[in-house]
Design a protein around this ligand. Structure first.
Ligand code: ADP
Length: 286
């Protein structure tokens, strides 16, 4: 496993996880593996959608420039857009702020047969909100448990939850911000705020460690993805998605077989009653 699954209740030290690690994989091999895996993930999601007994919620978090948009684009490149949706959570609107913090998120969770990819999420309410003291500690402190209960509720409704933290280094973030200044095709992404947010780097890392410690659960685990190398991030994420979804395939196929049998029986009955024309292929063979 290239992404690191956080055991529930463990103490995470992000400093001990190297953002540039590639587990001995070289870029060429990594890109080839990713290409195959992205296609396999697309097929798994087709099966999930057809069976429609489950939904999939993927949460992507990370510091500015960590590659959240790129990860969603690349990892789910082969997933049928008809059955998937990307959702981005920005600064809350006045209406959103007038509700509890989970209100806007709950409306965007996937229905059965659907995959939703969250670019930022309910976790902003214990990250940016904590670092910038947007609400008192007594309020954000209680949110970890509320988030766990919320995710437990989704899981009880057959939502498969996968949460990725894209782990980049401070040096890599600086490179990516400077690249944006130099490349006219990337400059539109520039935000002065990103340089200001960077000054809170260690507070964010601490806030992320608390999220990973408190909110990695059996039904909604967190995965830390070494993300300094974008190609490695893609391999690690597609691999994790496949490992998570594969165990469900037997059940999904069995469900579809049942459905097929029912449909065929209905059709046979309708034919017997003369409601539907005979199958010319079967008659001609006789
Ligand atoms: P992105 O950086 O994701 O590409 P933006 O530049 O629009 O997109 O940034 C979204 C901003 O919204 C981020 O700075 C993020 O911290 C902020 N944000 C998201 N959710 C909340 C929230 N609940 N409270 C305050 N700020 C939030």
């Amino acid at each position: 496993m290239h992404a690191i699954r956080i055991k529930p209740g463990s103490k995470v030290n992000l400093g001990s996880i190297k953002p540039s690690q590639t587990d001995g994989l070289d870029e060429k091999a990594g890109r080839e593996i990713y290409t195959k895996q992205a296609a396999e993930l697309g097929e798994l999601c087709d099966l999930m959608s057809a069976a429609a007994t489950h939904s999939v919620l993927v949460i992507v978090q990370g510091m500015d420039t960590a590659g959240k948009d790129g990860a969603i684009r690349d990892v789910f490149a082969r997933v049928n857009p008809a059955h998937s949706r990307a959702e981005a959570f920005k600064v809350p609107s006045t209406t959103e702020l007038a509700h509890d913090f989970l209100w806007r998120v709950h409306q965007k969770t996937p229905e059965l047969g659907q995959l939703s990819m969250f670019n930022r999420s309910q976790y902003e309410d214990v990250l940016v909100v904590r670092v910038h003291k947007l609400v008192p500690k007594s309020v954000w402190r209680g949110r970890y448990e509320l988030i766990n209960a919320f995710e437990r509720n989704l899981s009880m409704n057959n939502t498969i939850i996968v949460k990725f933290f894209l782990h980049i280094s401070e040096a890599e973030q600086q490179e990516r911000l400077l690249d944006r200044e130099e490349d006219p095709l990337k400059s539109w992404k520039l935000a002065t705020g990103d340089w200001l947010e960077r000054q809170h780097w260690s507070e964010y890392q601490k806030a992320y460690e608390d999220v990973l410690d408190k909110c990695s659960t059996d039904v909604a685990p967190w995965y830390v993805v070494p993300a300094d190398h974008k190609w490695f991030r893609n391999v690690a994420m597609t691999e994790t998605m496949i490992d998570v979804l594969k165990p469900y395939t037997k059940g999904w196929r069995a469900h579809l077989n049942e459905q097929s049998k029912m449909r065929l029986a209905e059709l046979a009955e309708a034919r017997d009653q003369g409601l539907v024309p005979r199958n010319p292929r079967k008659t001609s063979k006789k």
